[in-house]
Write a protein that binds this ligand. Structure first.
Ligand code: PEP
Ligand code: MG
Length: 541
């Protein structure tokens, strides 16, 4: 037995034969064309077919993986229509009297190289898309059927990497799991794999051609693959996989059902996301909305501060594709453990108690305004909630609201559309708990950030593993703080939710319901287990 490790994209187990997925040889000779005009016509027809394919892939990905994953194919279709690209290919065919295949190789390579040499990482990444499209057009011209590379038996596919178009084209009924030598957690393939619920191991450097056809277990829980596993391991992990399948089937039955207790109390179960890339997971797990969109990931995923327009596009995508469901976007919560070079923040002795979140935003007004303007613009596209993090005083909320108002006036003067939205704060400091009555007068909702609330209430650094023996996630002081916040919020007409990790703690669901919580926002995978738990509770007893 061989054990190879990598980085798992999803907890889950796949058992089956390995199939090494190799791109077909696309050999192209020096390519002198006897009839250049006929070659140009062949090229045009191939591009037309490639555009059709991209549109079909878009529709397919939209259903199986959601808007964010599908968007890449819309971009691909537009790239295929690009005049510069098409003119340069036709110039090679007609000017140099070359075949369509030769010209596609040359022309697309040149365009990919041009993107690769750009400074902006976004454009650099487009070179991979051009190569992907080059292969698509070449396959059409050469009559290659890349789908046949998958074989006809169910298998765990192993490749250097998968292009998004390859991933979507794969026959899912034959796909047990994927292993790649390259790939990153945020690559399109990883996003697709996650949204298709497919056990996937990336960055598995020990892959060998000799694995082809061998029996294997991809163990997503332990970030590894066992080639030619022992009988005992096959039995043990086979059992675990059966249990996973049973659990998953039971949970799937809960889709479309309400989050209602036996005695009839209904609450909202929302999902926490890090960006539009998680929209597929929200849909697949049937969350009723998003209770926490950690917008700082939009900043963390960028080499420099994202512009108002870039942020607007990200927020609009989430709000629009989930409408009419609510999407609560938290304003930038940078600082403490989330640092960004381009923010040029000083090193601090106590970063968790330092210059972070709303403190940065209120100090760097232009930085804050870019986000607030993007959020206000996105509000026109669905049901938005705007939430301020790390609040300790009414003064901060009043100040943040004044800046929001300033942005609203500017946008109105510019003729930009703004929709209705709710305004809330994270209650994640003891100060906010103790001032909840006053804070409740200023906002529409509270969301309890129990991760930070526990850290600040118990003076336990959430980053310090050494403190785990002293940490009590069910500490009475934290539970009492939650109760006080819910009561204060309700006194002032606010709905109150929990978006910290404690919201997914099933042993506390009944306690939270008895406290009167209105919403629980948890990671997408925890939505259906939480629904199951809520539906098993009888508060009348
Ligand atoms: C929290 O503090 O509970 C929370 C949800 O925010 P984060 O974990 O991003 O600090
Ligand atoms: Mg927090």
């Amino acid at each position: 037995m061989i054990v190879a490790t990598g980085k798992s994209i999803l907890n889950g187990i796949a058992i089956g034969k390995i199939k090494i997925y190799k791109a077909p040889e696309r050999t192209i000779d020096s390519g002198t064309a006897a009839d250049p005009s006929a070659e140009a016509a062949r090229y045009e027809a191939a591009v037309e077919k490639a555009i059709e394919q991209q549109n079909e892939l878009y529709e397919k990905a939209l259903v199986s993986a959601g808007e964010e994953s599908a968007a890449i194919f819309e971009t691909h279709a537009l790239m295929l229509e690009d005049d510069d690209l098409n003119d340069s290919v036709k110039e090679i065919i007609l000017g140099q009297k070359k075949t369509a295949e030769y010209a596609v190789k040359e022309g697309y390579d040149n365009m990919a190289e041009m993107f690769r040499s750009m400074d902006d990482p976004y454009f650099q990444a487009r070179s991979a898309d051009i190569i992907d499209l080059q292969n698509t057009v070449l396959d059409i011209l050469m009559g290659t059927d890349s789908a046949s590379m998958q074989g006809t038996e169910p298998s765990i596919l192993v490749a250097e990497d998968f292009a998004p178009s390859e991933t979507v084209k794969l026959d899912k009924s034959l796909l047990l799991g994927m292993i790649t030598i390259e790939g990153s957690s945020n690559s399109h393939t990883a996003i697709l794999a996650r949204s298709m619920n497919l056990p996937t191991l990336i960055q598995c450097k020990e892959v060998s051609d000799s694995w082809d056809g061998q029996m294997a277990i991809l163990d997503g829980y332990n970030h590894c693959v066992y080639i030619d596993p022992t009988k005992e391991l096959l039995e043990a992990l086979g059992k675990k996989r059966e249990e996973d399948i049973k659990k998953e089937a039971l949970l799937q039955d809960l889709k479309g059902k309400t989050n209602t207790t036996i005695d009839g109390k209904t609450i909202k179960v929302y999902a926490n996301i890090g960006g539009p890339q998680d929209i597929g997971a929200v849909n697949q797990n049937d969350a009723e909305g998003v209770g926490l969109f950690r917008s700082e990931f939009v900043y963390l995923n960028s080499k420099e501060a994202p512009t108002e327009e870039e942020q607007f596009q990200a927020y609009k995508l989430a709000v629009e594709s989930l409408a009419p469901r609510q999407v609560v976007i938290r304003t930038c919560d940078i600082g403490a453990d989330k640092t960004i070079d381009y923010m040029n923040l000083d090193k601090e002795e106590n970063p968790a108690l330092g210059f972070r979140a709303i403190r940065i935003c209120l100090t760097r007004k232009d930085f804050f305004k870019a986000q607030l303007r993007a959020l206000l613009r996105a509000s026109a596209y669905g049901n938005l909630g705007i939430m301020f993090p790390m609040i300790i005083s009414v003064r901060e909320v009043v100040e943040a609201k004044a800046i929001l108002e300033e942005c609203r006036k500017e946008l109105e003067a510019e003729g930009k559309q703004i929709g209705k939205f709710e305004l809330g704060i994270m209650v994640e400091t003891p100060a906010a708990v103790l001032c909840a009555d006053e804070l409740g007068e200023e906002v529409d909702f509270f969301s309890l950030g129990t991760n930070d609330l526990t850290q600040y209430t118990c003076a336990i650094d959430r980053q310090n593993a050494k403190l785990e023996p002293f940490s009590d996630t069910h500490h009475p002081a934290v539970l009492r703080s939650i109760q006080m916040t819910i009561e204060a919020g309700h006194r002032h007409g606010c709905w109150v939710g929990i978006c910290g990790e404690l919201g997914a703690d099933l042993s506390l669901t009944e306690t939270f319901l008895r406290m009167g919580v209105d919403e629980l926002s948890v990671n997408p995978k925890a939505v259906l287990p939480l629904r199951k738990q809520i539906r098993s509770i009888d508060l009348s007893k």
